[in-house]
Ligand binder design. Structure first.
Ligand code: 9G3
Length: 577
């Protein structure tokens, strides 16, 4: 490829709407252009990177025996109405009508589609297990599209769906996908961790999120440097506190606490440690109101509460609802005398003589003891784990890290096959629901995640495996005989199967060097002054050292190019090359 022919409009200035480094560099580097909020065009450089990412994903999926197919983006509303998910996602689901007024969605995911596609033809246990995947565009009308490709409204995903006759078989495919995702990350030099994740609305038993470390990421994950435990904050567990309070129960007292509502205010007003206060919060779900209680210094983890109750519709009750139901303002809600199901976080169990809302405006109870003053029938882990809490596996202090979710694997079970009456005939002749798994990889998101991890003040530093070109030949003076050498080197390197671009533009060397660094090409070969001694200069993008190599020994030159590309690791500053 000759740069003079390439459509890659690089920019010097930072785009005004670039809210994250990768969005800035992918636009300045001429990889993408925004068409509308959360919707992008991929220019030739961006398309090349996308293709290389896609190829890695495809190879690793095929290696597990998964079969590639391609499903429609336009999905009929009927199948989503059967599973009851047509309304679940509200305005996030892109909907449209055809000329006959029939309703469709632009697919945000394809569980309904794939299950409906196979259910009448995947009829025998002999055909199972099977794992289908596609690499296609998805649509989700995000409330606030931002961070470039990281949170778009139209994006490219590899989504796979597997069908099994047993949970053992599902476990095997789940592990195959887990291992395939690990290889995908490694082949792109991504620094990542597979974290235990909450299955949330999708349901099923368990899930892992492949998270690329990035300060700019939106995922909050807890990791244990000691034993490797890692989980999203929604899912993370921790060891129970060894809080022991051995004091005799004191008489219950109702005290006036005028205009004192929050734990903070209460702690000051009564001059007590927050751990002597217990918060009571009212939630509304499918079965009405529930009260969740937790020690005052901790936060409720709504995802865990939803998962414990098996009710993803659960939400905090509003002030009005609380007043209506309990004739008390939120700040004075408490368990004593309340008519609601109570679920307490385990942190409440060891407490003695603590403080709760008085279930009466402007009042709180002190010296409260469960068992005596009210009943707790249900304890659960519903706390938000934070940095410093103890790892549930080894007790070591957990660290909070930021990351970008690039892949997710789920065990779905029979949730979709039951709703869609999708069955196969088992060896005993009976109809059985498929047991399913689903596995997503954010292809376009990965391009941005890699840039978030690998860039410097000069621009992108692509891993070799997905760089738009592996080598750039920069001719300093295109008018002289340097150009001739440039063409020869370009053809020689291309013949050796290395992805190369020749910068033959009639612009200054400085401009060319800046562009090569901005678009992040791993190895630069400069045809400049050193040609007077029959040498070219080789320089890796992540090293400030360069190497002079004679050009008359073509084999040696190619060997050196290959050796440097092998040595190149975008994450580390390569020392002496
Ligand atoms: C929707 C909308 C948004 C959604 C979903 C459905 C997320 C939805 C979860 C998944 C689970 C897995 C297969 C590939 C991997 C992820 N956002 N999810 O189901 F209608 Cl608008 O997509 N699906």
């Amino acid at each position: 490829m000759y740069w003079s022919k390439l459509y890659a409009p690089t920019l010097k200035e930072v785009p005004s709407d670039a809210d994250i480094k990768s969005a800035e560099l992918l636009v300045r580097g001429g990889f993408i252009r925004k068409s509308a909020s959360g919707i992008f065009s991929y220019l030739p450089l961006g398309t090349k990177v996308l293709q290389k990412i896609t190829q890695i994903v495809r190879e690793e999926m095929n290696r597990t025996g998964a079969q590639e197919l391609l499903m429609p983006i336009m999905q009929p509303a009927e199948i989503w109405k059967i599973t009851g998910r047509w309304e679940d996602y509200g305005p996030e689901m892109m909907k449209l009508k055809d000329r006959n007024d029939r309703e469709f969605t632009l697919g945000p995911t394809h569980e309904e589609m794939i299950t409906t596609l196979v259910k009448d033809e995947l009829r025998s246990y002999k055909q199972l297990p099977v794992n289908f995947y596609q690499i296609n565009t998805k649509y989700r009308d995000e409330i606030r599209p931002r961070f470039g490709l990281l949170r778009g409204r139209e994006f490219i995903m590899k989504d796979a769906y597997s069908f099994h006759t047993s949970y053992e078989s599902l476990d095997k495919t789940y592990k195959d996908m887990y291992d395939a995702y690990s290889r995908i990350c490694e082949r792109m030099d991504l620094k990542y961790v597979a974290v235990e994740a909450d299955t949330g609305a999708i349901g099923g038993s368990n899930s892992h999120e492949f998270t690329a470390f990035a300060e700019s990421g939106e995922s909050d994950i807890l990791v244990c440097d000691n034993c490797g435990y890692a989980a999203t904050q929604e899912k993370a567990e921790c060891l129970e506190d060894d809080l022991k309070i051995d004091e005799d129960q004191k008489p219950l007292k109702l005290v006036e606490t005028p205009n004192v509502r929050t734990v903070e205010e209460l702690s000051k007003f009564l001059n007590v440690d927050k751990r002597r206060i217990v918060k009571s919060m009212i939630f509304v779900g499918r079965n009405g109101y529930i009260m969740a209680m937790i020690r005052g210094d901790l936060e409720i983890n709504t995802a865990k509460l939803k998962s414990y109750l098996g009710d993803q519709t659960l939400r905090l009750a509003t002030g009005e609802e609380v007043y209506q139901k309990f004739s008390t303002q939120i700040g004075y809600i408490g368990p004593i005398g309340v008519n609601a199901r109570i679920i307490a976080d385990r942190s409440v169990k060891p407490l003695v003589n603590y403080i709760v809302g008085g279930l009466k405006n402007e009042y709180h109870y002190v010296n409260v003891n469960h068992g005596r003053d009210f009943k707790i029938n249900e304890y659960a882990d519903i706390r938000m784990v934070v940095e410093g809490d103890k790892c549930p596996k080894c007790g070591h202090e957990l660290k909070m890290k930021k990351g970008i979710e690039v892949g997710q694997v789920f065990k779905l079970g029979t949730k979709y096959s039951e709703k869609l009456s999708a069955t196969y005939v088992d060896s005993d002749g009976n109809e059985k629901y498929y047991i399913m798994g689903c596995y997503g990889w954010g292809v376009s998101r990965t391009m941005a995640a890699v840039v978030e991890q690998f860039h410097d003040d000069r621009g992108i530093i692509w891993p070799r495996s997905i760089a738009p070109f592996e080598v750039v030949i920069t001719v300093v003076n295109v008018a002289g005989d340097q150009m001739k050498i440039g063409y020869e080197l370009h053809d020689l390197i291309e013949k050796n199967g290395i992805d190369v671009i020749l910068d033959d533009r009639e612009v200054s060397a400085g401009f060319k060097f800046k562009d090569a660094d901005l678009i992040g090409i791993p190895l630069r070969i400069t045809c400049g002054k050193s040609l007077e001694n029959g040498e070219v200069e080789l320089k890796l993008r992540n090293s400030d050292k360069s190497l002079k190599v004679k050009i008359d020994d073509k084999d040696y030159l190619i060997e050196k190019v290959k050796e440097l590309l092998e040595l190149y690791k975008p994450g580390d500053q390569v020392g002496n090359i």
